[in-house]
Write a protein that binds this ligand. Structure first.
Ligand code: NIG
Ligand code: FE
Length: 390
């Protein structure tokens, strides 16, 4: 196996607080990294680096772990540009939101769906994302949910069954019947292709009892729970997630003090999705209150055709800092190690001996530039398991 030394790294973010400056990011200045077999085998100060078979000089650039985007909805067809324009122009618009995408997705061929996911995953990779979670949720029938997950699985192992996104149109007057379908035949068809089960627990989607039923059935089928919670208003989503042992409660835009306590005592990750609030002109979640309570915070894109048609983790970081007052270091950590925690992964989201060699070389001297220079293409190159992918 060939070993490769990446040297002349101006600032290396490791996310290991025992390394370098011992901060939460474990920054090592004037650093080097050796990779072999797709893993990190050595990292430290450049002048103590071991000899390797090959060397790459990154010219003083900053190197960070690849972003871990723990929340996306990439399996869909069509777009909703008209709905977006109507919303931002203040025009009345009564199209069916998620249901518009459900119709387009059902009508699309497997090839078209797969090509759309490939396009978006490629877009993410070019912006520094090396691990992505992908949900179903625009099929809402047994066949369309299971094919959505089979397609997602071609791109990632982090696939999430979200049959409980909204009640399918055929069940408009029979939500209970739809929950039976989701927890029965749909789950059975979806489970072989999924690692996670998710539910949109929100007024207009699924209530607390329905959400519990979905998560309980998913767990019985071997899936691990996560939730869409407290996005549009206060509600029971976060509490249900905590009670059901969810890895993460996502959105968390409208939280009570009790919700924050529950996240903190249950050790559930709060995944914040600030590009949703940016795109829908909504109030941002209170990241500082979550961090002050000791809650693990992740940042993710939520890339989807409705509330957030952006796959950009650098934008997510810039908004977290500018709009949610996270420090640049907190945002950097949450977009990498936080995402890994939300997916219960210890092999990604950090750079240390044994970790996957998933990293990004920035066209900047420091990770701080991700927030300091919003909208600027700072991703110089991206490596996944040691191979250049962008
Ligand atoms: O995470 N909250 C539910 N689902 C998506 C929106 C999906 C859509 O509008 O198509 C979200 O924001
Ligand atoms: Fe979502």
């Amino acid at each position: 196996m060939t070993s490769v030394l990446f040297t002349n790294i101006g600032e290396l973010t490791t996310n290991d607080s025992t390394l370098g400056d011992q901060s939460v990011l474990g920054l090592i200045h004037d650093a080097a990294l050796v990779i072999e077999g797709g893993r990190v085998v050595w990292l430290g100060e450049r002048n103590s680096a071991p000899v390797a078979d090959e060397a790459v000089d990154v010219g003083g650039a900053a190197v960070i772990p690849g972003f871990v985007d723990s929340h996306s909805h990439l399996v869909f067809a069509g777009d909703r540009a008209e709905e977006f324009a109507a919303r931002v122009e203040g025009r009345p618009y009564s199209a069916g939101g998620i249901r518009t995408t459900v119709s387009a997705t059902r009508a699309a061929t497997d090839e078209a769906l797969s090509a759309n996911v490939a396009r978006l995953v490629n877009e993410m990779t070019r912006q520094g994302t090396t691990t992505v979670e992908i949900k179903s949720g625009y099929g809402l029938s047994v066949a369309d949910e299971s094919r959505s997950l089979a397609i997602a699985r071609q791109f990632t192992d982090e696939t999430t069954f979200l049959g409980a996104h909204v009640v399918a149109p055929e069940f408009a007057d029979d939500a209970a019947g739809y929950v039976e379908l989701v927890t029965g035949p749909m789950l059975e068809a979806a489970a072989p292709h999924a690692r996670w089960v998710d539910v949109f627990c929100e007024q207009g989607a699924f209530d607390a009892d329905q959400a519990r039923a979905v998560l309980r059935a998913g767990k019985a089928a071997g899936l691990q729970p996560r939730v869409h919670a407290n996005q549009l208003g206060p509600g029971p989503g976060v509490q249900v997630g905590c009670e059901m042992g969810a890895a993460a409660a996502d959105h968390c835009t409208h939280l009570s003090a009790g919700d924050i306590d529950a996240l903190s005592s249950a050790g559930v990750v709060a995944t914040l999705l600030p590009i949703v609030e940016f795109s829908t002109r909504s109030p941002y979640p209170d990241a500082c209150a979550l961090l002050a309570a000791g809650v693990t915070v992740a940042l993710a894109s939520d890339c989807n055709p409705g509330s957030c048609y952006s796959s950009s983790m650098p934008l997510c970081i810039a908004l977290a800092v500018r709009e949610m007052r996270m420090t640049p270091a907190e945002a950097m950590w949450s977009a990498t190690a936080g995402g890994a925690a939300a997916l219960r992964r210890d092999d990604v989201g950090h750079l240390g001996v044994g970790a996957k060699a998933d990293f990004v070389v920035l066209a900047a001297p420091s990770y701080v530039h991700l927030a300091y220079r919003p909208g600027v293409p700072l991703i110089a190159s991206v490596y996944a398991q040691g191979c250049v992918v962008a």
